[in-house]
Design a protein around this ligand. Sequence first.
Ligand code: ADP
Length: 487
Amino acid sequence: MTKFQDLSIKLKLISIQLFTTLFILVFFVSIYLFSQYHQYESRAFTRMSTLAEILGSNSISALLFFDNDAAVDVLESLETQTDVLNAVVYDHNSEVFARFDRKGHLDYSFGSVEVEDKRALDGYFLLTKQIVFDDFKVGWIALRLDSSNRQAELLEALWQSFLLFIAGLILAALLSIRAQRPISNSIGKLAETAKQIKESGDYTIRVKSNSRDEIGLLVGSFNDMIEKIRNHEQHLEQLVAERTVELEAAKTKAEESDHLKSAFLASMSHELRTPLNSIIGFTGILLQGMAGPLSDEQTKQLSMVKGSASHLLELINDILDISKIESGRIEVYDEAFKVDLLLVMAVSSLRPFAEKKGLRLRHNIETDLPKLYSDKRRLEQVLLNLINNAIKFTNEGEITINCYQKEGLLYIDVIDTGIGIGKKDLETIFETFRQIDTGLDRVKEGSGLGLAISKKLVELLRGTITVVSEPGAGSTFTVALPATLEK
Ligand code: ADP
């Protein structure tokens, strides 16, 4: 059932007016019925009193001359008063002197008659009165009146009240429907306009109102607010348009400079690689003694030149890679290959470096792994970087590579027992040019780009790379790739 607070203003106003009318009608009808009930009684006693007066004074001479028949004649006149059931005239000794009894109500006894009295009993009224002549009490008269009419009269009054009640309610309903209209129409119009504005977003719509009351005030304030919102919106639109133009310009500029940067890096790296390769090549030739014998000192110095040049080449290659990735110019070439073979090769190629540091390098590869459909060269690059890092940042212990399949993914873990990584650094090591500041002199070589490149490459291969590590407790880098079978 709908609650009162959920009704429309119109229905609320009508029902409030109807309930008020109903309450007032019930109140007045109850008072009317109550007074009808009591008036019947007082009217009956007034009439009985008048009758007793007349009958009493007409019976005085009969009482004085002990003429019972004359008194009976007087009482017989009650025949026309159909609701008088019994009437008795008593002498001054309270002995019955004459009586009148209507048919069916014979010999009713009024009991002892000693005082003037009037009583309403169940179904009838009783009245006893003295008969006085020249200040002398000459006898009594007692009357019994039928009051069964009283219920019928009350019912009649009730019925009339009910008809009036219904007529009153109908009239009140008609009046309240008419009277609430100015209020509910204005509020309805306001609500309807608010809804319309909300749905259409059109802030040019206004509500019209001629009234100067609170509703007029409400409508005025509403229109003012809409006007303000409209102004704000226009201002906002203008601001957004201006900012969009600015942003577009900034974006184009940023894209241009990013492209320029990538292009510059790519071409610069390319240009640098050629002379570097020749430095490495010619140093190699010199070291091999192909240009004549070298002294120990010369060999030592030239080895340092070759080492530094190789490191520089590595850095340049990394920069080339990252700039290609960032400018979106790197592509992956998917092919089917055996991942276990790839791992064994990568491990073998790095084993000499591990052994040189006295580290054990082990691998556990699940048997029967399906062929992987991915970019072999890029995956190899990632694995080499991870294993290389593991060797670089481990001073004693071992490095383990696990490879297994789980829930549709191929996992490769690179686990070391090295220096580990602090919680704060874990959040940044995959960013470009991030190297953890160990507080010691930087003895480990690197560009700070290896992990950033690895992460981007793994993502290009539709996989993820994660790390779990604690300082001093080693690190575990995990690459997860979709184990897509050979197509
Ligand atoms: P870098 O060329 O310096 O190795 P990376 O991007 O490969 O650059 O690594 C970033 C940094 O993350 C490293 O400088 C090192 O501090 C830390 N790091 C990477 N791998 C490991 C590891 N296995 N153990 C401890 N620290 C590591």
